[in-house]
Design a protein around this ligand. Structure first.
Ligand SMILES: Cc1ncc(C[n+]2csc(CCO)c2C)c(N)n1
Length: 229
């Protein structure tokens, strides 16, 4: 399995990732990701993905707000406020892309959500509402930590294209030390919650949640690819 720098080797994040190995690989090294790495991803696929991702992020922000509500401490509440801000910044990057394609924020907002977008976002919110902070963080982790790993896999790809790659700024955002630190922090937080909130006893349920999130992430990439067929 691709080596991960996130979380402790005996922590909850490593255990969840290992238990979901097949789905995790299918997500982090999806053909969409390989197309970003070598620059061959059709623009139609990226556009479809990015517009839907902006709609995805609105609901993801709501899930972060739910995590703030469910936060186990004042420190965790502050952490969630910061995460919400990072999310809003990421949404601006999306709008910059959309502006290049002649799409305003209003145009993006008026786009119908794809079934894959609805499925993933509302499922995360449901896991969070039905469960506690650990259930919610496990549902969110493949998103935050996974994109960090996606960027690392792209960086190590033998056919990685840098010169003239149309997706270079997307790759750069997730390869940045700032984002890599965020991904590391999310894995460490999961490890800590695993200890404080009974991760061992709840492992089967948490592993099912983690694997389902990885599957929904892969389906999200596929939704982008399908637009270019
Ligand atoms: C489908 C999909 N999955 C993951 C991300 C990555 N992501 C979502 S929120 C966020 C900020 C930190 O939590 C990051 C990096 C995405 N954009 N779209």
């Amino acid at each position: 399995m691709f080596p991960t720098p996130y979380g402790s080797p005996d922590g909850l994040f490593h255990r969840l990732r290992h238990a979901a190995e097949e789905r995790w690989d299918a997500y982090c090294w999806h053909p969409f990701v390989q197309g970003l790495a070598d620059g061959t991803l059709p623009l139609a696929a990226f556009r479809r993905y990015l517009v839907q991702d902006w709609l995805f992020l609105i609901h993801f922000a709501r899930a972060k707000a739910l995590a703030a509500f469910k936060a186990e401490s004042l420190d965790a509440l502050r952490g969630k406020a910061n995460a919400l801000n990072a999310l809003l910044a990421e949404m601006n990057m999306h709008l910059a892309y959309c502006a290049e394609w002649g799409m305003s924020e209003a145009d993006v907002l008026a786009t119908t959500e794809a079934p894959e977008t609805v499925a993933y976002t509302r499922w995360v919110l449901d896991r969070g509402m039905a469960g506690d902070i650990l259930d919610l963080e496990v549902a969110l982790a493949p998103c935050t930590v996974g994109y960090g790993e996606v960027a690392r896999r792209i960086a190590e790809h033998p056919r990685r294209r840098r010169e003239g790659n149309p997706y270079e700024s997307w790759i750069a955002a997730y390869s940045s030390p700032e984002y890599q630190a965020l991904a590391r922090g999310a894995a460490e937080r999961l490890d800590a919650l695993g200890v404080s909130h009974g991760g061992e006893a709840r492992f089967r349920t948490l592993a099912a949640t983690f694997a389902e999130a990885a599957r929904l992430e892969a389906a999200f990439w596929q939704m982008g690819l399908d637009a270019a067929r």
